[in-house]
Design a protein around this ligand. Structure first.
Ligand code: ZN
Length: 269
């Protein structure tokens, strides 16, 4: 349902102009990342996730993957107060993150991941608060890996870049959120299986911190053909860029799993 609404918005220029640049990966991307991360969790971390979510009738990362975007409908006040936490804007193509400049008042995806990770790790806090932190941290780690959620203010993370795809109008941000993935015809369980079957990531790729992940996304925007030449794209362009998106998703899943393993399942806690 969410996809239908987003798709409708993407093909309507008027709706696009009013759309906030907030949601990053569409439902397919978010669920695929969450599904991969869930598979990588130890039994202990999976149990911790279930214990936190079960009172709300949820049990896995997939169940909560798009909760932070759905707040737009389910809790507009909370959505408004957190909508800036889905992305970060860099000031130049050097892609170096300076908190005081790029994340004023901690209102960006980098600071949000750090903040909610701290809440999630704190077992003295109420279950509901930690469950909310889990929903946010899972979603935002996925978001920060969508290249155009760590890009440039001048075009609102490419929300203002209009493109033709066949007879449809798209903005470039929505292309990266949804079209590159949806054009495979896969749904989330299938997409998770497809990406999980790929070559293993190097151990070093699973580390890093939110600022480094954002800088990587920014460099992908700068270096990896995220912006097409000209103002139309075709299936060949989608096929060419899809590996960039899929690598970002695999990194997001591995890093989300590593964070949750550390925070929820390490014996020191
Ligand atoms: Zn988001």
């Amino acid at each position: 349902m969410r996809f239908c609404r987003r798709f409708a918005a993407a093909v309507s220029v008027a709706a696009l102009l009013s759309a906030a640049p907030a949601s990053a990966w569409g439902p397919l991307g978010h669920r695929t990342i969450a599904g991969m991360a869930q598979q990588q969790l130890s039994a202990t971390a999976q149990r911790e996730v279930r214990t936190l979510l079960q009172p709300d009738d949820e049990s896995t990362l997939v169940d909560v993957a798009i909760w932070a975007d759905d707040l737009r409908d389910t809790n507009p006040a909370l959505f408004r107060s957190t909508s800036r936490l889905h992305y970060v804007n860099f000031s130049s193509a050097q892609c170096n993150y300076v908190p005081q400049r790029d994340c004023r008042k901690g209102e960006c995806v980098v600071a949000a991941i750090e903040r909610y990770e701290t809440i999630l790790a704190d077992r003295s806090r109420p279950r509901a608060e930690r469950a909310e932190a889990l929903r946010f941290v899972s979603h935002f780690i996925a978001d920060v890996h969508q290249p155009l959620h760590a890009s440039f203010k001048r075009d609102k993370g490419a929300n203002s870049v209009q493109l033709r795809y066949g007879r449809e109008n798209w903005n470039l941000h929505a292309v990266w959120d949804s079209l590159i993935l949806n054009s495979t015809g896969l749904r989330w369980p299938g997409y998770t299986a497809r990406l999980s079957a790929g070559p293993a990531l190097a151990a070093a790729d699973k580390g890093g911190d939110p600022a480094q992940w954002a800088e990587e996304s920014c460099r992908a925007v700068r270096d990896d053909g995220v912006y097409p030449e000209g103002n139309s794209i075709d299936d060949a362009w989608l096929d060419r860029e899809r590996p960039v998106a899929e690598r970002r998703m695999r990194l997001a899943a591995a890093r989300l799993a590593a964070v949750l393993e550390r925070v929820l399942a390490s014996p020191s806690r």
